[in-house]
Design a protein around this ligand. Structure first.
Ligand code: GDP
Length: 420
């Protein structure tokens, strides 16, 4: 529209579109809910006084109310979800921390993520986590220990097997205000390394079917492994056209290497082919917008403003690449989430409106037929009444005549008697 703010572009804009779409969806469904509630009250009153509303139509309105309630709850929970995959120690946790501008996830050679760690926006000052299957919120300071604790004890559920532990979801809540992503309802999920040879299908079914985007974090010092390839092949089989970004992390290792450009081109070509195989995109230019050569460690340390931030030759280009990845990521995730999550709700709202119109039309047809019947009934009754009235008038007339006659006779008789 033409308002002065409408044309203003901010860095936040693509992500905000999702929150705005959610707000609009809320308005649509609130309106719809009040129409349905009004209709229900109207039908109920009508039903009580005239029995004009058939049970079928009444039940349907109750079903509309339930569907609207369920959908409202559903999109109230909807968030944009990105899942990070890759081999252990490729830097998945470091990438997530860099994107969140905070060291939230444990990272380091000693630590390997042994379960799914999901970071989402919580209330102000909230820094806690919950292990799947438990309601207990724990302080985030205990997170470092959770990997070991889960592997040793099976978490809060002693029956958990090793592979079930890798499936376990740990939800971390961090203040929304701490990052643009958390503020705009992005949920970031870190996964155990794909080299752990998990049950890929179970992982995908449990954690990926509602994902809007996947980020494959690779180690630019080595080539794509079979484990990484197999995992994403399964993803693309289950989700027909997955949204995938590829990060060649640890690209700082190439600093000062005369062969770096050649290696970069080789990686790029291989990854383009891989994205085509996965049916993510078809054109080379599209693929280029999804492949980045970065150093998450450099970006994180710079963003944490560490005085001795780790920065090797060429860090500015790697940083630029990371920023570009984030820009493309934001656009892509909000577009995909709006399409996959809200399009269905919007169609459902239209369906409910259409069914509601049909429902009202059915009841009003019935009411019209009833009105015609009553009018006919009235006409018949009216005719009966008219006939009755005419008969009565006739009767009355004959009665008066009779009475007059009798009176005259009596009068004659009385006067005759009198004068006799
Ligand atoms: P994950 O197992 O994939 O989550 O890997 P982490 O994020 O825990 O990282 C493993 C180790 O690699 C940590 O010590 C990180 O500091 C280090 N690391 C991560 N990213 C980079 C990077 O871009 N360059 C370098 N040199 N080290 C990195």
């Amino acid at each position: 529209n033409g308002t002065p703010t409408a044309g203003r572009r901010t860095n936040n804009e693509p992500l905000q579109r999702f929150t705005e779409a959610k707000k609009h969806m809320g308005i649509i469904y609130n309106d719809l809910e009040s129409y349905v509630n009004d209709l229900f009250t109207f039908y109920k009153e009508l039903g009580d006084t005239s029995k004009l509303v058939p049970q079928q139509q009444m039940d349907e309105v109750r079903r509309f109310q339930e569907s609207i309630r369920t959908i409202k709850e559903m999109f109230g929970r909807d968030k944009m979800k990105v899942v990070f995959f890759g081999r252990t120690s490729n830097g998945k946790s470091t990438v997530i921390n860099a994107m969140l501008h905070s060291k939230i996830l444990p990272q380091g050679m000693g630590h390997t993520t042994s379960c799914f760690l999901q970071v989402e926006g919580g209330s102000e000052n909230e820094k806690s986590f919950i292990v799947e299957g438990s309601d207990r919120k724990r302080p985030i300071s205990e997170l470092e220990k959770i990997g070991d604790a889960l592997s040793l004890s099976g978490g809060d559920d002693p029956r958990l097997t090793n592979s079930a532990i890798h499936d376990t979801l740990v939800s971390i809540f961090y203040p929304k205000s701490s990052s643009k992503l958390l503020q705009n309802e992005v949920v970031l999920v870190d996964s155990p390394g794909v080299d752990l040879k998990p049950e890929y299908d179970t992982w995908i079914d449990k954690h990926c079917l509602d994902a809007d985007l996947f980020v494959l974090v690779c180690n630019s010092e080595s080539t794509l492994t079979q484990a990484e390839k197999s995992f994403f092949s399964r993803v693309s089989k289950k989700l027909s056209k997955p949204n995938v970004f590829i990060l060649n992390n640890r690209w700082d290792a190439s600093a000062g290497d005369a062969q770096a450009e050649k290696v970069r081109k080789q990686h790029e070509k291989r990854f383009q082919e891989f994205l085509e195989e996965l049916n993510v995109c078809k054109k080379e230019e599209e693929a280029k917008k999804r492949i980045f050569f970065i150093s998450a460690r450099e970006v994180l340390e710079k963003r944490l403003r560490l005085s001795q931030a780790y920065q090797l030759d060429g860090w500015a280009i790697r940083e630029q690449n990371f920023n570009e990845f984030e820009r493309n990521f934001e656009q892509c995730i909000s577009r995909s989430a709006i399409r996959t999550k809200f399009e269905a709700h919007e169609h459902r709202a239209r369906d409910i409106l259409r069914d509601m119109r049909e429902n009202v039309e059915n009841v009003s047809q019935l009411a019209l037929r009833e009105k015609q019947r009553l009018e006919l009934d009235f006409k018949l009754k009216h005719k009966e009444f008219q006939d009755c009235r005419n008969n009565f008038i006739r009767l009355e007339e004959s009665f008066f005549n009779e009475r007059r006659k009798v009176r005259e006779e009596v009068h004659l008789k009385v006067s005759a008697d009198f004068y006799e």
